[in-house]
Design a protein. Structure first.
Lengths: 425, 238
């Protein structure tokens, strides 16, 4: 059996070499297809990674640990207790989890009202640890005036440019924050604008305010409680594994309804939908491209079968079964696609890395303020390479190669041996 | 049944009818024939007399329109395509007019091909091929591709391929047609020797008077039917 399999491979390789021009032409189509696929997937993955990273750093991380009802209510009543927060922080320090956590930050986030002498606006107020948040969030990088919060700040506020404009504020202006506190009472807090940011995301710039966590705790009478622990993973692909580990580690707290663990897909369903739709678009485009390549392969391999009728007839006269004859055609197709697949992937990776390792610059098409679904679109897209994608592309190319060889292989099995032996080249 | 078991080949009222543009062409008409093991037979006749078709029917390369063909005591009509392929691999060797070597394999690889398909190990394959190459004067040409061999050398490789697995039956379709007289004689010597030494049954379809002269049984075909069946010389080499 092994002898026959190696015979098929040996014959296939030699036939491919014998009909070198035809083999190279077919391989070229596969190589270009594989290379383009790697380029397009790595750029697509890089884009998605940037979207997800932007969404995570502007919001509540790749993974969010919060009280079960908080996602829907955004009320301080649905906050994490001190013990639930401690359990979550301990879980984040566990081996197997800690390695994948870049940073995690406590946040006390509530909906409220921001008022100035010029008027009032609904606001998303987030109490943050200034040092930890500066490492986690991209808001400090988006600063346009003043400065970000500092550890000694007490009555400082870092506000979005849209809100600043809407309330006619400037650096040093005072504004009053109003929200329901932990006792259910309406409470006010006077703060002073120390810095302004502009992300380009209107819903963020017109509503978000960062204040020190300690100030928020005393204002809202929630002590050291927080509503959210936002976790930043080393990359978005680690999120599922990390969330599973956290859920295992925090099973008791989850079962007793003290907290829940949400991935960015669950916490930001709009972003999840956009990523999935964009992925689908990429797959459809690649499907069409490979459909065309598959037709080329069918045509080439079929022509080869017709041209080599006499050879296939001879093989059957010598003892090849029809199935083995078809197997030879498929082996040739698979060998060719495997070789071209490897070359295509390698070439795709190399060219994408060589030309675009510093990013594919789309700033001619959109500026830095482009945004959607709460994420900022960076006009410079960095390709993202992953072994999983390379394997996917190779498997896909092999699949296309074998499917495209099926019909020619079927034709080879149906050859009339006696007739084919009459066939003169 | 015992007669069928003893015979190398037996055909019973075999017909092969081809349809060509709504017209029926009777290539073989009711041929009944018994070939004993070890025979050295020539089937002669003009072009279109049905020699090659009869050879193809015996080799299981095509199926009869009517009638039965037994080879190695097996009725070919009852065999599926894979079993027919197995029968060809184990019991029949083919030699074709146009040599039909696989161009991508070397001379030795072409010669050992049936053994490879039978799963014979590499050492044994090389030993058998080497022995036959030496016996047929091809030693030293093992690694040459068919394109680098003369017609006579290619046909010798084809003969080695046909006999290397020691099949009971070798079917040769015009094996000397493309060879000069010296190469033809040398090839026929070789096949006679194999017939004598191994008891292999040889059936030739031929126009070549040299082959007819050496055959110990000459069957003449005319219009797809046996016109004469003449036995001469010694008994079959069993």
């Amino acid at each position: 059996m092994i002898t026959r399999a190696t015979t098929l491979v040996r014959l296939a390789l030699r036939n491919l070499r014998r009909y070198l021009r035809r083999s190279l032409l077919t391989a070229a189509a596969m190589i270009v297809g594989g290379g383009l696929m790697i380029f397009s997937l790595s750029i697509g993955d890089g884009t998605h990674e940037q979207w997800i990273e932007s969404g995570a750093r502007l919001g509540s991380g790749h993974i969010t640990i919060q009280a079960p009802g908080f996602q829907a209510t955004r009320k301080i009543d649905d906050r994490l207790s001190v013990s639930a927060r401690s359990a979550a922080e301990a879980a984040l320090r566990q081996p197997g989890i800690a390695e994948h956590v870049v940073t995690s930050v406590p946040q006390l986030a509530i909906g409220g009202l921001a008022s100035s002498p010029s008027g009032a606006r609904p606001a998303q107020i987030v109490g943050v640890d200034p040092v930890a948040e500066a490492e986690f969030s991209i808001l400090d990088d988006k600063q346009t005036e003043g400065r970000y919060l500092e550890p000694d700040d007490r009555l400082a506020a870092y506000v979005g440019a849209g809100l600043l404009e809407g309330l006619d504020l400037r650096i040093g202006s005072r504004l009053v924050l109003t929200a329901q506190d932990a006792d259910g009472e309406i409470a006010d807090q006077l703060v002073r604008v120390v810095g302004v940011f502009s992300t380009g995301v209107p819903e963020v710039d017109q509503a978000l305010i960062h204040i020190p966590l300690a100030t928020a705790g005393s204002w809202l009478r929630s002590g050291d409680d927080v509503t959210t622990i936002a976790v930043l993973a080393d990359n978005s692909r680690a999120v599922n594994r990390l969330s599973r580990s956290l859920r295992r580690q925090l099973a008791d707290e989850i079962d007793t309804g003290r907290l829940t663990v949400l991935t960015w897909r669950e916490a930001s369903p709009e972003l999840d939908a956009v990523v999935r739709i964009d992925d689908l678009g990429n797959y459809v485009w690649q499907g069409i491209m490979f459909g065309i390549i598959a037709l080329t392969i069918v045509n080439t391999v079929l022509m080869s079968v017709m041209y080599r009728k006499r050879e296939f007839g001879l093989l059957q006269a010598l003892g090849f079964t029809p199935r083995q004859t078809g197997g030879l055609v498929i082996t040739e197709g698979l060998t060719l696609t495997a070789l071209s697949g490897f070359v295509g992937v390698a070439l795709g990776v190399f060219l994408t890395w060589f030309f675009f390792r510093d990013g594919l610059d789309f700033s001619f098409a959109w500026d830095e303020d482009w945004s959607f679904s709460g994420v900022v679109l960076d006009p410079i897209i960095l390709p993202l390479f992953s072994v999983r994608r390379f394997v996917q592309v190779l498997v896909f190319i092999l699949f296309i190669g074998s499917v495209a060889s099926l019909y020619p292989a079927y034709r080879a099995t149906r050859i009339d041996v006696a007739e084919s032996m009459k066939f003169e080249r | 049944m015992s007669e069928q078991s003893a015979a190398a080949v037996r055909t019973e009222d075999v017909w092969k009818i081809f349809e060509q543009e709504a017209e029926e062409v009777h290539a073989v008409r009711g041929v009944s024939l018994t070939i004993e093991p070890g025979e050295f037979i020539a089937m002669a006749g003009p072009s279109g007399s049905g020699k090659t078709t009869l050879l193809n029917l015996i080799g299981g390369l095509t199926r009869p329109t009517r009638g039965d063909v037994w080879v190695a005591a097996q009725n070919l009509a009852a065999l599926s395509s894979p079993r027919l392929a197995r029968l060809r691999l184990e019991h029949i060797g083919f030699i074709f007019q146009a040599y039909n070597l696989l161009p991508v394999l070397s001379a030795a690889e072409n010669a050992e091909f049936p053994l490879l398909l039978q799963g014979v190990n590499g050492g044994e394959r090389r030993r058998r091929v080497q022995e036959l190459f030496e016996r047929t004067g091809l030693a030293g040409l093992e690694d040459r591709r068919p394109g680098k061999l003369s017609g006579g050398q290619q046909q010798r490789v084809a003969v080695i391929r046909a006999v290397v697995a020691e099949p009971a039956l070798v079917l040769a379709d015009e094996p000397t047609a493309n060879l000069d007289s010296a190469a033809s004689d040398s090839l026929l010597d070789m096949m006679e020797e194999l017939n004598r030494d191994l008891g292999t049954t040889f059936v030739f379809a031929t126009h070549d008077p040299r082959v007819m002269q050496r055959a110990r049984r000459l069957i003449r075909l005319v219009d797809g039917a046996i016109a004469s069946d003449e036995r001469r010389g010694s008994e079959p080499n069993r």
